[in-house]
Design a protein around this ligand. Structure first.
Ligand SMILES: Cc1cc2nc3c(=O)[nH]c(=O)nc-3n(C[C@H](O)[C@H](O)[C@H](O)COP(=O)(O)OP(=O)(O)OC[C@H]3O[C@@H](n4cnc5c(N)ncnc54)[C@H](O)[C@@H]3O)c2cc1C
Length: 119
């Protein structure tokens, strides 16, 4: 859609010791991640990577082509809500209201949402 190749590549991932092999294998089983064991080393053949600056460029261009307006350098300073609904977001670029909201504030999500809400 954007024409920008994000360089998605199923490269696999080699996990080298030291690590807790039992826990690692349990995690792979629980998350349905294929793994092979070679002595002390784990090999996860289906793990993939992307070139994240290119992925973001592709995402941005695709969104702009869909008519999405991107507001940059705007900090969300407050979430105004009733008991079960977010009414609006207060930001340094004014306020915004929408049907749905996606929290993508990474490590700051908990601070943004407040201690009473799950990130
Ligand atoms: C040094 C380092 C190296 C890493 N290397 C790798 C690697 O090689 N491979 C890998 O897969 N991962 C790597 N990671 C981890 C990777 O960077 C994170 O997992 C990823 O960036 C998380 O993405 P995110 O979108 O959830 O959050 P982030 O990328 O942290 O994005 C959150 C955004 O929200 C913004 N924000 C926060 N609060 C507000 C607010 N109130 N209003 C508006 N915006 C707000 C922040 O400014 C930020 O831009 C590395 C991390 C670090 C620190």
């Amino acid at each position: 859609m954007s024409g920008i190749d994000p360089e998605y590549w199923v490269s696999g991932m080699r996990v080298m010791p030291p690590f807790d092999a039992e826990r690692a294998m349990q995690w792979c089983t629980e998350h349905n991640v294929r793994l092979e064991r070679d002595g002390e080393v784990l090999w996860l053949p289906d793990v993939a990577q992307v070139r994240n600056p290119r992925l973001i460029q592709a995402l941005r261009l695709a969104l702009e082509r869909m008519g999405v307006r991107i507001v940059e350098r705007a900090e969300v300073t407050g979430i105004v809500s009733t008991e079960d609904r977010v009414e609006r977001l207060d930001t340094t670029a004014g306020f915004f209201a929408a049907e749905r909201y996606v929290v993508a504030a990474g490590a700051w999500s908990k601070k943004l949402l407040g201690s009473g809400r799950a990130a």
